[in-house]
Unconditional design. Sequence first.
Length: 297
Amino acid sequence: MNYGPLVFLAAFLALSGSWVGFVVAPNFQLSTLQETNTIGAGVTYPLGRPGLAQQGLQVYRANGCVSCHSQMVVQERTMCEVSLTDFGTNFVAVESALRGINSNYNAQVINELKKSLPKTIVFDTTKQKADATVKLINQAGAKAQVVVTPSGSDIARGWGRRRSVAEDYLYDDPVMLGGLRVGPDLANLGSRLPDVNWHLRHLYAPQTEIANSTMPPYRFLFETRKIGSVPVAEPLNLPSGLVPTGYEVVPKPEAVALAQYLVSLRADVQLYSTPFSTPPAASGSGSGISSNAPAVK
Ligand code: HEC
């Protein structure tokens, strides 16, 4: 029997199937991606990186930083908490509402609670249960609000406030996702380390900034010059002993661009696809914006 047509058909289906899966479907999902609105602030996100930071992306790429650093925060789930912001005047009604939520609330605990508002009264629950609790509290004449917090091990490490989404990379070419994490994730680096000079010193000699750092130094991005030879340069403020006396270390333009790129890595705004809310301020002003956040699964 002639199997030719059958083999052809099988190969055709396998190849066209993977083409649809890997090319057509992602193109359909992502090609129309645009700047989007942020929750609360209402500004558009992302705005392109400034020129120098854009050049810094190429320095990042050329020096293989991506082989040790990823740029994607993974979020495992969202947690909802209920924060009591205002006790109101009806002590008895609020007390019985609180007891309905948690049988451990006795008069003494409630009195303590009343003095230290805002206070989280329900931890790690679902959106439905949190909403129901808020309703119960509000009916008793007090005020409470839902606080939505993304959680997961990357977020616990302080690498980001929310998961990374495709919009975060809209203006990056190429996207430096990375796959290996020898060093920390850098997706939201600019929020935790916004000082350009810190990055320059860290690139020149990582151990001056992080004790026992195993990150390789990038000294070829700097020049060691005799002091006074070029008066315009701004030298790095390094600990003594690293540079011979009479000399100074000056970042080359590549190092400056790279540092600008590093501080431009910020993915900390709240989007409709990644809601989180700001916990109420200690003054009890209730600055949380969770009521704007869409329902969370
Ligand atoms: C061989 C692996 C390796 C390479 C390559 C590497 N790093 Fe690192 N990096 C690390 C390690 C490990 C740390 C954690 C220790 C530290 O902070 O110095 C780190 C930390 C950092 C930090 C501090 C992050 C934080 O949250 O504290 C920055 C910024 C950074 N690296 C940038 C870079 C840049 C830019 C490049 C490329 C020029 C680069 N790294 C290349 C391993 C690497």
